[in-house]
Design a protein around this ligand. Structure first.
Ligand SMILES: *Cc1c(COP(=O)(O)O)cnc(C)c1O
Length: 351
């Protein structure tokens, strides 16, 4: 730390991203990326931009916004794009966090980091004994609510009816629903943004659209909420979406058939993986995401993580009370999942 660093950030603990190892070719099931490449249409569109990188990108993302608004059936002023959904989550903390925020104690690790960096008071509500969100815990909080739906790293989803209950009981607070994993079996509440002016839905291109490396996400909500987010964006980085990513995004949205087919494969591979894990004696939470969260009563979570790593399979381990016997396993191709299962069999036999 330099002697110039702001005092208020001295104790800030940054978010820990999953490992991106360069030393060895692992089967990477640790960061919930898609095992499939981006759509060919996205790649072609992106390629066309290389020769015009001398020009700034469109700060209003007009073509991308237009394409998305048609696809998701919302108005153009009800949508904003961000440099990954992470950027929009951060802007939402900044924009709507002044009366404090609440989120589950077990959820996306960035929420507490953003609250700290923005100097916002936050309350973490414990999940139930079975790792579920009890919606009543979120009624009339008078604080901005952040819920990942499906939640991470549990994979468990709330229904849109349950989200609506939360909205009805928080008319004076913004409710942010982070739908990073919604395309793997969950229900989106984008259409509820017409009915509730306090709802902001955030989605990403990183998971179901195979674009984690491009950094693209979007938020949908009442035009006033979107205007607030734009005000902050234009006060910080108007060119938040680069030309290559923007073109890639437009291409991806013109090829929803490809994204849907990939999500379908992931869901099939997930159900296969859950079945096989249960046969091996694992306890697996009900997942609506592109990962599963699993524990075993004979081998410690950390041992499974380390032994899988030795055998060339990387999964995500959280060294945190309540989570430390679990591993979060990203769903990849059928071949990758078969290797995972074979390695786990070996580990259980060696034990
Ligand atoms: C992956 C993920 C994101 C981040 O998405 P980016 O668009 O890559 O920034 C946001 N929220 C949750 C819950 C995620 O798992």
């Amino acid at each position: 730390m330099s002697r110039f660093f702001s005092e208020k950030f001295k104790d800030l603990a940054p978010y820990t991203p999953g490992e991106q190892p360069k030393d060895f070719k692992y089967i990477k099931l640790n960061t919930n990326e898609s095992p499939f490449p981006p759509s060919q249409k996205a790649i072609c569109k992106a390629n066309e931009q290389l020769g015009v990188l001398n020009l700034y990108p469109d700060p209003t993302c007009s073509e991308l916004v237009k394409t998305a608004s048609q696809l998701f059936n919302v108005e153009e002023d009800e949508i904003i794009f961000g440099n990954g959904s992470d950027e929009l989550l951060y802007l939402s903390f900044l924009a709507f966090g002044q009366n404090g925020v609440v989120f589950p104690d077990i959820t996306y690790g960035f929420y507490s980091v953003y609250a700290k960096v923005c100097n916002i008071c936050f309350e973490e509500i414990p999940l139930n004994y079975d790792f579920k969100i009890d919606i009543k815990d979120y009624f009339n909080k008078n604080k901005t609510i952040f819920i990942a739906n499906p939640n991470a790293p549990t994979g468990i989803a709330l229904s849109t009816t349950q989200i609506e209950e939360i909205l009805i009981n928080n008319k004076e607070s913004v409710v942010v629903i982070d739908e990073a994993y919604v395309d793997f079996g969950g229900e989106s509440c984008i259409s509820l943004t017409k009915k509730y002016d306090n709802l902001l839905v955030i989605q990403t291109f990183s998971k179901s659209r195979s674009m984690a490396g491009a950094r693209l996400g979007f938020a949908v909500g009442n035009q006033k909420l979107i205007k607030d987010l734009n005000r902050l964006k234009f006060s910080f980085n108007p060119y938040n979406i680069n030309k290559i990513t923007m073109a890639c995004g437009i291409g991806a949205l013109s090829d929803e058939i490809y994204a849907k087919a990939n999500s379908k494969k992931i869901i099939e591979n997930r159900e296969f993986t859950i079945l096989e894990l249960k046969k091996l004696g694992f306890n697996v939470l009900d997942s609506m995401a592109n990962f599963v969260f699993a524990s075993h009563n004979k081998v410690f979570g950390k041992d499974i993580y380390l032994k899988l790593k030795q055998k060339g399979v990387l999964v995500r381990y959280f060294d945190k009370e309540r989570l430390k016997n679990f591993n979060r396993i990203t769903i990849g191709t059928k071949e990758q999942m078969q290797i995972l299962i074979d390695k786990l069999k070996e580990i259980l036999e060696e034990n």
